[in-house]
Design a protein around this ligand. Structure first.
Ligand code: AP5
Ligand code: ZN
Length: 216
């Protein structure tokens, strides 16, 4: 199973990925998480990415493509993968197609989780994350058992730097102008599966899992 999760910021890609990787035992590569970890560690990648991320802009293609292809081509991903946050531009999608065809492989499906802009704003404004475990919460829709602490290990929950109102607005604009064209790109190739992301996380998960189960 070579799968992509596509959708606007705050659609619930990370939330669903956490469940799907368990269902199907897939290695999970999320470019946002990889970049945030690089920023945290102060690596060269992190230094290059930070200014773009803070503004809600995309990191340049030549910075991100190598990072993700290396993982897709790695041993861990030999039997499949789940990508979240990549590709986000047509050139990224083309680079991924080329890399997979070099390996004699192809995408299985692109899972589009769609939600309207107003819902994105509600979700991102209330999101809290544990930097340690990566677990994602929402103050209203998916609250932790103890305020500001992760259920898994009690680590502190924070608000992401790019979840400020102006940055959310810009991320939505970038999604519509630059990433949404991928919907057509994959639909033309008969790879696109659409899911209504406005339902609760368990319902969304049930729908996606049922569809992916038919693809094996
Ligand atoms: P990235 O981390 O990928 O951010 P994103 O795409 O904006 O998506 P999010 O992580 O914000 O949302 P999500 O869909 O994962 O939703 P979540 O499950 O958390 O990228 C960050 C930045 O990195 C980019 O802006 C860019 O700068 C850079 N970058 C990354 N990849 C790149 C690339 N390929 N090229 C260039 N630059 C790149 O859920 C959101 C909230 O909603 C949570 O609080 C959650 O609890 C809640 N929620 C989830 N599902 C539901 C539901 N069904 N009902 C109610 N609430 C829900
Ligand atoms: Zn995410």
């Amino acid at each position: 199973l070579n799968l992509i999760l596509l959708g606007p910021p705050g659609a619930g890609k990370g939330t669903q990925a956490e469940r799907l990787t368990e269902d199907f035992n897939l290695p999970y590569f999320a470019t946002g998480n990889i970049l945030r970890a690089a920023v945290e560690e102060g690596t060269e990648l992190g230094r290059k990415a930070k200014e773009y991320m803070d503004k809600g802009e995309l990191v340049p293609d030549d910075v991100i493509i190598g990072v993700i292809l290396e993982r897709v081509q790695g041993d861990d991903a030999r039997d499949g993968f789940l990508l979240d946050g990549f590709p986000r531009t047509i050139p990224q999608a083309e680079a991924l197609d080329q890399a997979l065809s070099d390996l004699d492989r192809a995408l299985t499906a692109v899972l589009l989780v769609d939600v309207p802009d107003e819902e994105v704003i509600r979700r991102l404004s209330g999101r809290r994350v544990s930097v340690k475990t990566g677990r994602v919460y929402h103050v209203e829709f998916d609250p932790p058992k103890h305020e500001d602490r992760c259920d898994v290990d009690g680590s502190r929950l924070i608000q992401r730097d790019d979840d400020k109102p102006e940055t959310i607005k810009n991320r939505l604009e970038v999604y519509h102008s630059t990433t949404e064209p991928l919907v057509g790109y994959y639909d033309e190739r008969d790879l696109l599966r659409r899911f209504d992301g406005t339902r609760n996380p368990t319902e969304v998960h049930d729908h996606i899992r049922a569809t992916v189960a038919t693809l094996r």
